[in-house]
Design a binder for this molecule. Structure first.
Ligand code: GCU
Length: 818
C-alpha cells in the first residue's frame, strides 16, 4: 500500500475498488459555466476532473460549450448561469452559498448548481465526497448553510511561529514576512473550502503591527489571491496600539481624530491590496494587550472605530473578542470570578455597537477547558450579533500528542438551551456564525496528528449544519481519510467517540477544568497551578473542600448571569449535573454525588477509568495494521502508545495531588500504592543522584534520579522481587528540552531495550525544560521472561541539560497496567 503523508487530508480521492466503480456510468465531459480561471466555478471543474480521475479512473475534458449540455455531462455553475441553459433553480429556497446537487436527471447528467460561485464549489465537493465513499445513490438535494460566518483563526506570528500551534511553523509567515511559496496556502484553502468554510484570519490575535509594512500588505494580497479561487476570504487581526507603535502617533485613543484617520488610511491601503478582506479581528484589553480601556474609552468605542473604518468596504466586519478579563484577580476574594468577566464587560454595551461589529465569544466562560457550561454572554447580548469561538487546536486537550475528538463537546454546547425569555434558545440557533482557533502548521499532517484532523472536518460540517451527528461525521471522515473498510471505520469511530470522556476522566472531572499547568505549557498535569495566581482558573481546593461557588446566594453570582430557568439549575446544588458540580459549587470532598459516590472517590475512580481506557486505544488501533498504509499507521500507533503512557502520568499526578491535599484514602487502595513498581530512587545507583521533582505529584514518590553530571552515564540496578513469569517492563522517565539522553535496559546484562529521549522530534506539544508532568513519559517492553531475583539495570547517558532522568520501572504481569 502506498505510503501517505496526509497532505490531502480527507480529499485524497482513493481509487474505488472495481466492483464499486462498475455501478457508475461514464460521463462525457465536465461542462463549466464560467471561463474565468480565478472563479470558484472553474476551480470546481478542475477539482471534478482531478477527483473523477482518481476515484473512478475517468479522464474527462473540460468543456465550455453549452450546446454540449445535452450529453450526459456533469454541469457546474451558478444558478444564474444555469438559467441561461434553461435550467430552473430548485423549488426549495436557496440561501447565500447554498447548492443544489441533482444526479437524478433523465439524461444521466449531473447538475451542480450554486447559489453563488462558492456554492457551486461546495456542491462539487459534496458530489466528489459521495463518490469517494462509494455512494452512488441518486440524489436531488438542496443544501444551505445555517450561518454565513464560517471562519477559522490562525494564531500565526510574523516570525513563523504559531501561538499554541503543534504542527510546525506557519504556512503564511516566515522571518517577519509573508512567505513566497503559496503552495501550502492553496492546499489549505482547498481543505477549508471542501468543508464549506469561507474565511481565515491569518495572523495571531496577539497581533504585530508590522503586518502593515508595504511588503507584508503585498504578501497579504498574494495570500488572498491564492485563496480566492477556493472561495476563501482572508481577514487579519489588529494590534490596538498600532497607531502608536507603527504609526508614530502619541496615542491610540479610539476617539482621537488622528487615530481615526490613521486607521482609515491603513484600511484604505489594506483594501487596495485585498478588496474582499472579510474583516478585522480585535483582541483588546485582554491578557496584557492594550485596548480602548487603556485610553479610558469603552470597548464599544474601540470596536466602533474599526467598524466605521470598514464601512466603506462592502460587508467587512469587526470581530470583537469578548475574551476580556483581569488576569491579576485576587483569589482571596471569594466573589472574584473570571467566568463573570465577559458579561460584566459586554452586557451594558449591548446596543452600542455599529451594525458591522460582531462579538466573538469563546464557547465557555473561561478558556477551551475539557468541560465548561456555555458562556452566559450568549444569553445577554440581545441587540448585538455574536459568533461562537471554538478551538480545533487541542490547547487544553493534549495538544495533538493525545487524540481528542472534540465534536461531541461542541455538540453539547451548541445543543444547550439557554431558555432566553423562557423560549427555546439552543446556542446553535442564537449564534450568527462560528469561528475556530485552528493553528495548522507546515507539517504534512497539518495539525500534528493524523486523527486530530477529524476535528477540522467536523468543525466545518457543524458550521454548515450544527445538527450534524458526531458519529456520522467521524465515519465519513474515516472512509475519506483512511479506507472504506468497515474495520477501519468502526475502529476509528470507537477511539474517537471514547476520546473526550477518556481525556476528561483523567484530566479533570466534575467541571473542575483541565488540571494542566496553566502557568506554563497548558499541557501535562499540574493541579496546583490553578490556584494561587491571578489568572482566575481557580479550583479553590483546600484540605477539606473544592470547587468554585458561583451561586448568587453565597458565591460569585455567575449562575445568575444565565436566564432564570438555567440559573435555577446551576444555582441549586441538587439540580446541577454532576459533570458541572465543581464549576458552580464549592463542596467538601466527602460531598455525595448523584451517582452515590463522594467527590474524592469519583476523582480517583474517574482517573483510573480514563487512564485504563487510554490503554485500549493502541490495542484497538493495532487492528488496522495492513488495512491502511504503514506510514500513517505507524504515526498514529506511536502517538496512541505515548498517549496511553501519559494518561497514567495524568492519573497518578492528579490523584496523588488530591490525596496529599485531603488525606482521604482511595477506597480501593490504589492511589499511592503501586504494587508492581520499582522506584528509581530505591535502586542501587552509580553515577546517578536522587532529586525532588516539582510539582511532587509529577513523579512517583515525588522523586526521580538524574545523572550526577552531563558527561558520564549513570547506572541504576535492582533485583526483581516478583515471581518468575512473563511481564511487560515499563520505564517511566522524563523527556524534556535541552538534550537527547540515551538509555539501555538490561536483564542480567542482556539488553532488552534501547531508546533515546527524543520525543521533541516526534511530538508537537509544547515541551518543558524541566522534570514535570509535561516531560514525564513511559516506554514499554512487552512480553519479557523474568526470573525472580534477576538483575534489572538501566544505563542512562546524559546529553546537554537532559540528565537521563528516570522515575520508576513497572514490572507488569499480563493484563495489569500500573
Ligand atoms: C488563551 C491562550 C493564549 C491566547 C488566548 C486568546 O489564553 O493560552 O495563547 O492568546 O487564549 O484566546 O486570546
Amino acid at each position: 500500500m502506498a505510503l501517505e503523508s496526509g497532505i490531502d487530508g480527507w480529499l485524497r480521492y482513493a481509487e474505488l475498488p472495481a466492483s464499486l466503480c462498475a455501478k457508475q456510468h461514464q460521463y462525457s465531459s465536465i461542462l463549466v459555466l464560467d471561463e474565468f480561471q480565478t472563479s470558484p466555478v472553474y476551480t470546481a471543474a478542475k477539482e471534478l476532473q482531478d477527483g473523477l480521475k482518481r476515484i473512478l479512473g475517468q479522464s474527462l475534458e473540460l468543456s465550455f460549450d453549452i450546446t454540449a449540455a445535452q450529453q450526459p455531462s456533469i454541469i457546474v455553475g451558478t444558478v444564474d448561469a444555469f438559467s441561461k441553459l434553461g435550467v430552473d433553480p430548485p423549488s426549495e429556497a436557496f440561501k447565500a452559498d447554498g447548492f443544489y446537487l441533482n444526479t437524478q436527471l433523465t439524461n444521466a447528467s449531473v447538475h451542480i448548481m450554486g447559489e453563488s460561485e462558492r456554492g457551486a464549489l461546495y456542491g462539487t465537493f459534496e458530489f466528489l465526497m459521495r463518490l469517494a465513499q462509494g455512494n452512488f445513490d441518486p440524489v436531488s438535494i438542496v443544501s444551505n448553510p445555517s450561518v454565513s460566518i464560517r471562519w477559522v483563526n490562525q494564531w500565526d506570528n510574523l516570525d513563523g511561529s504559531i501561538e499554541r500551534g503543534y504542527a510546525g511553523p506557519s504556512i503564511f509567515f516566515r522571518d517577519g514576512e509573508v512567505v513566497e511559496d503559496m503552495t501550502r496556502i492553496a492546499q489549505f484553502a482547498r481543505l477549508l473550502s471542501s468543508i464549506r468554510l469561507n474565511a481565515v484570519v491569518v495572523n495571531n490575535v496577539n497581533a504585530n503591527p508590522k503586518l502593515f509594512s508595504e511588503k507584508n500588505l503585498r504578501g497579504l494580497q498574494r495570500i488572498a489571491d491564492t485563496m480566492r479561487p477556493w472561495g476563501i476570504r482572508i481577514g487579519i487581526s489588529l494590534y490596538f496600539d498600532s497607531p502608536r507603535e507603527f504609526g508614530g502617533l502619541p496615542t491610540a485613543d479610539p476617539l482621537d481624530p488622528d487615530v481615526i484617520s490613521w486607521w482609515q488610511d491603513i484600511t484604505a491601503k489594506v483594501f487596495e491590496k485585498v478588496p474582499d478582506l472579510v474583516g478585522y479581528t480585535i483582541k483588546a484589553n485582554s491578557e496584557g494587550q492594550p485596548g480602548p480601556l487603556t485610553y479610558k474609552r469603552t470597548l464599544a468605542d474601540g470596536a466602533n472605530m474599526f467598524a466605521r473604518a470598514l464601512q466603506p468596504y462592502g460587508n467587512a466586519i469587526v470581530m470583537y473578542r469578548a475574551f476580556v478579563y483581569n488576569h491579576h484577580l485576587d483569589e482571596s476574594v471569594w466573589t472574584n470570578d473570571r467566568a463573570n468577566a465577559a458579561v460584566d464587560y459586554f452586557k451594558d454595551l449591548d446596543g452600542e455597537f455599529e451594525d458591522n461589529v460582531i462579538c466573538q465569544i469563546k464557547f465557555g466562560p473561561i478558556d477551551f477547558q475539557v468541560r465548561e457550561p456555555p458562556s452566559p454572554l450568549f444569553a445577554n447580548l440581545r441587540k448585538t450579533k455574536f459568533v461562537i469561538e471554538t478551538q480545533v487546536a487541542q490547547e487544553y486537550l493534549g495538544q495533538q500528542s493525545h487524540y481528542v475528538y472534540i465534536a461531541p463537546l461542541w455538540k453539547e454546547i451548541l445543543d444547550f438551551d439557554m431558555r432566553i425569555d423562557g423560549q427555546p434558545s439552543a446556542v446553535r440557533d442564537i449564534v450568527c456564525g462560528h469561528t475556530n482557533v485552528l493553528n495548522i502548521g507546515s507539517d504534512t499532517t497539518w495539525i500534528g496528528h493524523h486523527l486530530s484532523l477529524s476535528n477540522l472536518y467536523a468543525y466545518g460540517r457543524m458550521t454548515w449544519d450544527p445538527l450534524s451527528d458526531p458519529v456520522d461525521m467521524i465515519q465519513d471522515w474515516s472512509r475519506l481519510t483512511f479506507s472504506l473498510d468497515q474495520t477501519v471505520v468502526d475502529t476509528i469511530t470507537k477511539i474517537a467517540m471514547e476520546s473526550w470522556p477518556t481525556y476528561e476522566n483523567h484530566s479533570g472531572n466534575l467541571g473542575i477544568q483541565t488540571l494542566c499547568d496553566i502557568i506554563y505549557t497548558h499541557y501535562g498535569p499540574s493541579p496546583g497551578s490553578q490556584d494561587g495566581n491571578g489568572w482566575g482558573q481557580f479550583t479553590r481546593a483546600t484540605a477539606t473542600s473544592i470547587g468554585v461557588d458561583r451561586t448568587v446566594a453565597t458565591g460569585s453570582g455567575n449562575a445568575g448571569q444565565y436566564p432564570p430557568e438555567v440559573a435555577a439549575i446551576f444555582e441549586d446544588i441538587d439540580k446541577t449535573p454532576d459533570e458541572l458540580l465543581l464549576w458552580f459549587h464549592h463542596v467538601p470532598y466527602t460531598h455525595c454525588l448523584k451517582s452515590g459516590k463522594t467527590v474524592i472517590q469519583h476523582f480517583y475512580d474517574a482517573h483510573y477509568e480514563g487512564a485504563a481506557n487510554a490503554q485500549t486505544f493502541p490495542k484497538e488501533w493495532s487492528k488496522l495494521k495492513g488495512l491502511i498504509d504503514d506510514h500513517r499507521f505507524n504515526h498514529v500507533a506511536f502517538k496512541l502508545e505515548y498517549q496511553a503512557g501519559h494518561a497514567l502520568v495524568w492519573r497518578d499526578s492528579v490523584n496523588n495531588f488530591y490525596l496529599a491535599k485531603c488525606r482521604i484514602p482511595d477506597e480501593k487502595n490504589r492511589v499511592s500504592n503501586y504494587q508492581w513498581r520499582i522506584e528509581a530512587e530505591d535502586m542501587r545507583l552509580s553515577g546517578y543522584k536522587i532529586v525532588p521533582v516539582t510539582p511532587a505529584e509529577a513523579a512517583s514518590g515525588g522523586k526521580a534520579i538524574i545523572t550526577e553530571s552531563n558527561q558520564n552515564p549513570g547506572t541504576a540496578m535492582a533485583k526483581i522481587p516478583y515471581p518468575s513469569g512473563k511481564y511487560d517492563i515499563a520505564v517511566n522517565y522524563f523527556d524534556h528540552t535541552g538534550g537527547t539522553s540515551k538509555y539501555e535496559i538490561f536483564l542480567n546484562n542482556q539488553v532488552i531495550g534501547r531508546w533515546s529521549g527524543n520525543l521533541q522530534e516526534k511530538l508537537g506539544h509544547d515541551f518543558s525544560e524541566y522534570l514535570d508532568g509535561h516531560s514525564a513519559t513511559r516506554i514499554t517492553f512487552r512480553g519479557v521472561m523474568v526470573e525472580s531475583g534477576d538483575i534489572l539495570k538501566v544505563v542512562g547517558e546524559p546529553n546537554g541539560t537532559e540528565l537521563a532522568p528516570l522515575d520508576y520501572i513497572s514490572i507488569l504481569p499480563e493484563g495489569i497496567v500500573d
